[in-house]
Design a protein around this ligand. Structure first.
Ligand code: CA
Length: 227
């Protein structure tokens, strides 16, 4: 028995914005000055993890120890500085239409991102006017455990005041899919990056679709089926 969908929880990078090529570039190029290395592919595999968590993985591998808080901040600042020199990422094709459809259908729109970018709401408001509300946003500032831990998505459900069975997640990355699946939420993976579909399926995606347009069609049908 399928219960009606009351909210759609959206990841941001690689779903709402075509920002992953910039993130992968910044990660892979900013690490070398610290004696760390990360390939672009690895950046995609780690997408969704907090900056601190990602840096710790590299520190363990290359330094044989954890990074201190001070090191994490310095390294993340270098990555962010490089990221900020890159051309601003455009909204993902189809994202605006999809959000409009969800809004018209009367469903809540919740943001669940690991990003700790300041002025996130202003940025979203600029590109997707009237779609996002501060009370319905989970960001890198809110969570203790980043994806793949279910905490960010559980917090998203809590903010929306709904059960897992009443939500759908739109994600693009393996760790994000893992987090949403672990939170017990039906998960649409939109494969906007270079990884094979199988990785997203193995991470727990209920369906893997090629783009936001396909996701909009899928969601619209699901809304109708469960009304
Ligand atoms: Ca993402």
């Amino acid at each position: 028995m399928t219960v009606p969908v009351r909210a759609v929880l959206f990841d941001m990078d690689g779903v709402l914005f075509d920002s992953m090529p910039n993130h992968a570039y910044a990660w892979s190029h900013a690490m070398t000055q610290f004696g760390l290395a990360m390939t672009a592919e690895e950046a995609y595999m780690n997408e969704g993890r907090t900056g601190s968590g990602t840096i710790d993985i590299l520190a363990q591998r290359f330094w044989g120890r954890s990074a201190t808080e001070e090191e994490k901040q310095r390294i993340y600042a270098a990555k962010s500085a490089l990221f900020n020199t890159l051309p601003e990422a455009k909204p993902m094709p189809g994202a605006r239409d999809l959000l409009g459809m969800v809004k018209r259908a009367g469903k809540q729109i919740v943001l669940v991102t690991g990003s700790a970018q300041v002025s996130l709401l202003e940025h979203l408001e600029h590109h997707f006017p009237g779609c996002f509300r501060r009370e319905l946003m989970v960001t890198g500032f809110d969570v203790k455990h980043g994806k793949p831990h279910p905490e960010p998505y559980l917090m998203g459900l809590q903010k929306a005041g709904i059960q897992a069975s009443e939500a759908v997640v739109v994600e693009n990355a393996p760790l994000g899919v893992e987090a949403a699946h672990a939170a017990g939420i039906f998960t649409i993976a939109v494969n906007t990056g270079p990884l094979p579909n199988d990785i997203l399926r193995q991470s727990g995606a209920d369906v893997v679709l090629p783009d936001m347009k396909a996701a909009a069609m899928f969601l619209e049908e699901r809304f109708q089926e469960t009304e």
